[in-house]
Design a protein around this ligand. Structure first.
Ligand code: URP
Ligand code: ZN
Ligand code: ZN
Ligand code: ZN
Length: 490
């Protein structure tokens, strides 16, 4: 028998264990795991010698905004499905779940989904699923959940407690949770108190405080903790329907989530690299540069970073996603982070579109922290690949290395302890593959980078042999099933 691809001499890491073994791939699937080195001379179209580098399942990033119209302020995304997914594979991510945004003026979720399919289809370098971003929970929209799940393979929604274009009232949130519960669809909640942050923003403006750093002042931690607590309360009112708190940044919010989990409530939570690596001081950059780190919730302080790391280690956070939501700093035609005018010479924080790029840097930055003892490697795989796949109904096709079952989505890292062929591991925007004109992580050192990325048996990223060698359009839409965590839930 011949294989399409063999990965020999790697040290494989899954959410369950670390062990040296070889991997054989055929027809887009992992078909055989064998003792280390035993497949070095196998009959295969291609053999990759991992040289005892770590081998992990492809990254799964289920919080990615691409090619979305203005919703989080004035700008539109600076990455398309093409440029965003190209950036994904160069950073070891083989599957994303993007958002199909439904505007407030649009009654139908199916129409919003169809519009997003037109943007993504034929343009993706990696596999992708879609969630609905619900701006208008109309009776029609909620009546479409069955079709979304059973026909369209969409098993999750995101709703907002902030942003003028998206904020739902508590009674609307209850209606969404009730409908979602009936179809075992997972509801992601952006928990910030929109009324309070709007009021605080007016107060700051009245005091002529406009610089980017006041973005953080307008969104104090308690505002996230309050909304998180309210979301948990609303879930409990709908007979404990499962929810996922997205992009959690605050230790107070984390404690409330932890307490609910301890009490047995099905509360899941996500955090992102920006809450591990940035602080509010990064929004106080020279000139207007601080705008490069403006996202919501805002990066907090050093102690908060520690609390978020602890929450990852102790399982409070189920997943770690990028929340890639890029806007050009200064390049963009249709909206950008710089909003300096004659009237506002230091810009105006309330006009800065919220969100930062990070789809490509997510895995290298967090993997590197593993070698610094922040997170075990198995935990790294769990929160960046396996758990997202389980939570969003992609498992075990995605998120693992199960022979005969999992897609052949694999990342091969550089061997530890080598000089890594003299590669400079300093992040610069020039080395990234997105279309955005900056990275908030410019100049940061990372200890490793994906050397090869394999998607369904094909090498799509070869760092030393051509870079992006995959093709746009190879990435397929993946219909998702019900979240693994809800299968036993009634
Ligand atoms: O600032 C952020 N996070 N922008 C992206 C939109 C969202 O709410 O996730
Ligand atoms: Zn959000
Ligand atoms: Zn987001
Ligand atoms: Zn640009």
């Amino acid at each position: 028998d011949s294989f399409d691809l063999v990965i020999t001499n790697g040290i494989c890491v899954t959410a369950g264990d670390i062990a040296p073994y070889d991997i054989a791939i055929k027809d887009e699937k992992i078909v055989l795991l064998a003792p280390s080195g035993s497949l070095a001379d196998a009959n295969a179209t291609r053999i990759i010698d991992a040289e005892r580098g770590y081998v992990t399942p492809g990254g799964v990033d289920c919080h990615v905004h691409l090619q979305e119209p203005a919703m989080f302020g004035k700008g539109t995304s600076s990455d398309t499905y093409e440029t965003g997914t190209r950036s994904a594979i160069a950073g070891g991510c083989t599957t994303i779940v993007g958002f199909a945004p439904q505007q407030k003026t649009e009654p139908s979720l199916l129409a919003a989904l169809a519009a997003t399919h037109l943007r993504a289809r034929g343009n993706s370098y990696c596999d992708y699923g879609l969630h609905l971003l619900v701006g208008n929970p109309s009776p029609q929209a909620l009546s479409e959940l069955a079709a979304l799940r059973d026909t369209e393979g969409v098993t999750s929604l995101k709703i907002y407690m902030t942003y003028a274009a998206l904020q739902l009232r508590d009674d609307q949130i209850l209606s969404v949770l009730l409908a979602a519960r009936g179809h075992r669809i997972l509801t992601m909640i952006h928990a910030e108190n929109g009324d309070v942050l709007t009021w605080l923003t007016s107060q700051l403006e009245a005091a002529s405080l406009f610089a980017p750093k006041y973005h953080a002042t307008s969104r104090p931690p308690i505002l996230e903790a309050e909304a998180t607590n309210r979301a948990i309360a609303l879930s409990s009112l709908i007979a404990n329907t499962p929810i996922l708190l997205v992009h959690v940044s605050d230790p107070g919010a984390t404690l409330r989530i932890r307490a609910a989990q301890t009490a047995g409530q099905p509360i899941f939570a996500e955090t992102c690299p920006q809450y591990l690596f940035l602080t509010r001081d990064d929004m106080d950059g020279p000139g207007f540069e601080g705008a490069k780190c403006v996202c919501s919730p805002p990066p907090r302080d050093k102690e908060s970073q520690e609390a978020i790391w602890t929450g990852l280690r102790n399982g409070t956070f189920t997943i770690l996603s990028s929340d890639h939501c890029p806007f050009d700093y200064d390049d963009g035609e249709s909206g950008k982070k710089t909003c300096i005018t004659e009237d506002f010479p230091v810009g105006r924080f309330k006009e800065i579109p919220n969100g930062i790029p990070g789809i490509e840097t997510r895995l290298p930055m967090v993997f590197s922290s593993s070698s610094e003892g922040r997170l075990s490697l198995t935990k790294f795989v769990e929160v960046t690949s396996t758990n997202p796949a389980k939570l969003y109904g992609l498992y075990p096709k995605k998120g693992s290395l199960i022979a005969g079952v999992s897609d052949a989505d694999v990342v091969i890292w550089y061997p530890e302890g080598k000089d890594r062929k003299g590669l400079d591991m300093t992040i610069t925007n020039g080395m990234l593959h997105h279309a955005t004109d900056y990275t908030p992580f410019e100049g940061r050192k990372v200890g490793n980078w994906p050397r090869w990325t394999v998607l369904r048996g094909r090498v799509v990223w070869d760092r030393d042999g051509g870079g992006v060698v995959g093709e746009k359009g190879y990435g397929e839409f993946v219909k998702r099933g019900i979240t693994s965590y809800m299968l036993e839930f009634s």
